[in-house]
Design a protein around this ligand. Structure first.
Ligand code: URP
Ligand code: ZN
Ligand code: ZN
Length: 455
């Protein structure tokens, strides 16, 4: 089935223009006016709506294993929520068990993700350095994985020390890939966490207080230094602190291989959320924690100026019952919150409509830059002849209020509870097929594909 999208306002990271789009065999075949239509063409009227490239969320954790059980969305429910939010590609993670090969863990994760309705790929996490790790990273490359993830935090579970981090950087740098990194100094945080608990300070407030912004910005500085030495491209995930931005700015003045991501919650929410009852504050137990309003503002400016290139959600929801395992000890609360569904509506409402960013910048951070940085461009992240027909038709006129009662994320907590948004995805198209229309995802429309990168 071919498709004509008629009269929409097409937005790319470079320009905004009104035109028609013809899709044939899942690919954009023509852009222009008065196009000659092949037989069997469905026409979708997009007049008055925007047409964006499908969103690419560079940072999600579906069914992340934790001692409190897996994060609450699996690849089916999480991908459905993503589609409601105009995201058509998810970059998740492979987190092996200690002793398990990266390749075996990758193969299992590919099987687990096969039920996804969006496209997907992974950043693979070496959680230790073993004699075979170098060849395992190389083998992952040949399977289409070009990005890897290191945790400087969570030292007692998946975090690496600097020596092992450096070995990962050297290996991935030699192969021409990207290392993504969670920057927080894990050892110092562990000392603070233990101290607070010994003093009887066990509530979510002390999760925040045990992870001060300096421990993020110092980790950022350390990671940049190691990556420069190892000659490896570095992507700093979920930057939350103004102080980290200063280090990233300095690094980018010297070299163009340091990149940064932030998340909607670091733009819109602040640390006042940690003061209240356990039930009120526990949804915000995420790492890094929420910061101050001045950090929110600095991050918006960093997006506008291109210092931060992407917006990921770090989607990692847990139900209240899971979070409640830490009612007497914040160290036991699984870290993370949902958000995959809200990235576009929040960015549109609180970025574009408040004139903090342009529509082109929205497309850039929502889709184009994640595609460029993770080897998916120009097939994805772009609207052009020859690109894959993964598209969102965005109706900018509607208004809604986010609530756990009617979100599509498979979770009973919602960190944006009560937040008003404007606009919604009227149609979402994946591979030239309509997967969302009339306010509903069609679960039988087709499955997403595993995107092999670097091929
Ligand atoms: O709190 C968070 N961010 N949980 C997910 C794992 C991570 O650190 O990205
Ligand atoms: Zn992280
Ligand atoms: Zn994460």
């Amino acid at each position: 089935m071919n498709m004509l999208i008629k009269g929409g306002t097409i937005v790319t990271s470079e320009k905004t223009f009104v035109s028609d789009i013809l899709i044939e065999n899942g690919i954009i075949s023509q852009i222009g006016e008065s196009l000659t239509l092949p037989q069997n063409t469905r026409t979708i009227d997009a007049e008055g709506n925007y047409v964006f490239p499908g969103g690419i969320d560079p940072h999600v954790h579906m069914a992340l294993p934790t001692p409190a059980g897996p994060s609450a969305d699996d690849f089916l429910t999480g991908s459905i929520a993503a589609l409601y939010g105009g995201t058509t590609t998810l970059l998740d993670f492979v987190t092996p068990r200690k002793g398990q090969s990266l390749v075996e863990a990758l193969d299992l994760r590919i099987q687990e993700a096969a039920k996804s309705l969006t496209h997907y790929s992974f950043h693979v996490s070496p959680v230790e350095w073993r004699p075979t790790t170098e060849e395992e990273i190389t083998a992952c490359f040949s399977k289409g994985i070009t990005s890897f993830k290191v945790y400087m935090a969570y030292k007692r579970a998946v975090g690496l020390n600097d020596d092992d981090f450096y070995k990962v950087l050297q290996t991935v740098g030699r192969l021409g890939g990207m290392v993504t990194v969670h920057c927080e100094l894990g050892d110092e945080i562990d000392v603070l966490r233990d101290q607070f608990v010994q003093e009887g300070k066990v509530s979510p407030e002390f999760h925040m207080k045990s992870r001060p912004p300096q421990l993020e910005s110092e980790a950022v500085q350390r990671a940049i230094h190691l990556a420069e030495k190892a000659k490896c491209s570095l992507y700093i995930v979920h930057v939350s602190a103004k102080a980290s931005l200063d280090n990233i700015r300095n690094a980018r003045q010297q070299c163009n291989t340091v990149f940064a991501e932030t998340c909607p919650h670091y733009l819109l929410l602040d640390d006042s959320k940690y003061f209240g009852s356990f039930q009120e504050t526990v949804p915000y137990v995420i790492s890094p924690p929420l910061r101050k309003k001045e950090d929110n503002e600095a991050l918006w400016q960093a997006i506008a100026k291109g210092l931060v290139q992407t917006l990921g959600t770090d989607h990692c929801p847990f139900n209240l019952s899971q979070k409640s395992v830490g009612i007497n000890d914040f160290r036991r609360i699984p870290n993370g919150a949902g958000g995959v569904e809200h990235r576009l509506s929040l960015l549109y409402t609180y970025g574009v409509l408040t004139e903090k960013i342009s529509l082109k910048k929205l497309v850039d951070v929502f889709s184009t830059q994640p595609a460029r940085l993770f080897g998916l461009f120009p097939a994805k992240g772009h609207i052009a002849v020859g690109a894959d027909a993964d598209l969102v038709i965005w109706n900018p006129r509607s208004e809604q209020v986010i609530t756990a009662a009617n979100h599509h994320q498979h979770c009973d907590l919602e960190i944006y509870e009560g937040v008003s948004t404007k606009g919604h995805a009227e149609f979402v198209i994946v591979n030239g097929l309509v997967v969302l229309e009339n306010g509903k995802v069609k679960e039988d429309a087709g499955l997403g594909t595993f995107l092999q990168r670097g091929k």
